[in-house]
Design a protein around this ligand. Sequence first.
Ligand SMILES: [Zn+2]
Length: 345
Amino acid sequence: MEKIKKYAIYFVTFITICFLLPALLTTRKKEVSSQIEELPDNTEAAKQEEQPSKNTEPYEYKKYGTIKLLHNKTGEIEELPLDTYLYNVVSSEMPADFELEALKAQAVVARTYTIYQISHSNGKHGEADICDDSNCCQAWISKEERFEKWDENVRESNWNKITQAVDSTAGKIITYNGEPIDAFFHSNSGGKTEVPVNVWGGSNFPYLQSVETAGEEGYTQYSSSVSLTKTDLINKLKEKHPELEINFNSDDAIKILEFTDGNRVKTIKFGNIQISGVEVRAVLGLKSANFDVKIDGENVIFSVVGYGHGVGMSQTGSDSMAKNGSNYEDIIKHFYTGVEITEIN
Ligand SMILES: [Zn+2]
């Protein structure tokens, strides 16, 4: 009897370590992400749901011919061919005037993301595979809604370009060691991408390394700035750090202490506190954690480079590469290290 009890305790401990602990960690990770991603490029939020799990079943690609899409507003579940779903995703995620090869790269990334998500969602949408909320899964808007946002004279040509990007890459996804990757992407890397651990903590992925891309400075997403009064800055930082005190007469009142491999601010000192660049980005609504800061009279000015978390494929970097002659495979293999482009079936 004692022995059985002992084994029962071992068993419960084992279950806790295997399931409950990762679940707790995952939840925490999501909270962090939603703070960071209250920005227009909210597609990012979706890109960091879960770490690859060893407990998933082998991928049965054939079952992804159709998917069940949950429309969040109505609660309706629509079953539709994977690539039909992707037309609307790609048209929501990337400007249609980007190069065709960049749109093709986005199509393959979106297809990969969809399949990765279906395999790792652990039934979070019940009967449905994926939802249309960009804060949860991938951006999806209807063709009618999309058309309303495009000028009438480019509607048909834009749509044709998007469908061509999806159709010409039909069945193709990105794999690493034979498994679909977690295909993170963002708007503009500022010239160099970031590794996940510097954004969300946790662990890195072998296929998400920091890589450099030329030509991103030519896009509007490349540079931005945020100016606050000293008082505003203090008030915002004090919400989380009530102990904050800054003596602006001191030479090192605000000082960047350390940079990440991807040129972003790793740690910065404001008076008597030290916080991460990612936290500064979230609190002040900066477009990225790649910033410089200067004090100008009563104001504090943050000059920001790039847009988004910086992990995985840069969309403007893709477009820039395509303009210089790269095809979608070159683009994908540039941003995701050591990957293959594989046929689903
Ligand atoms: Zn969802």
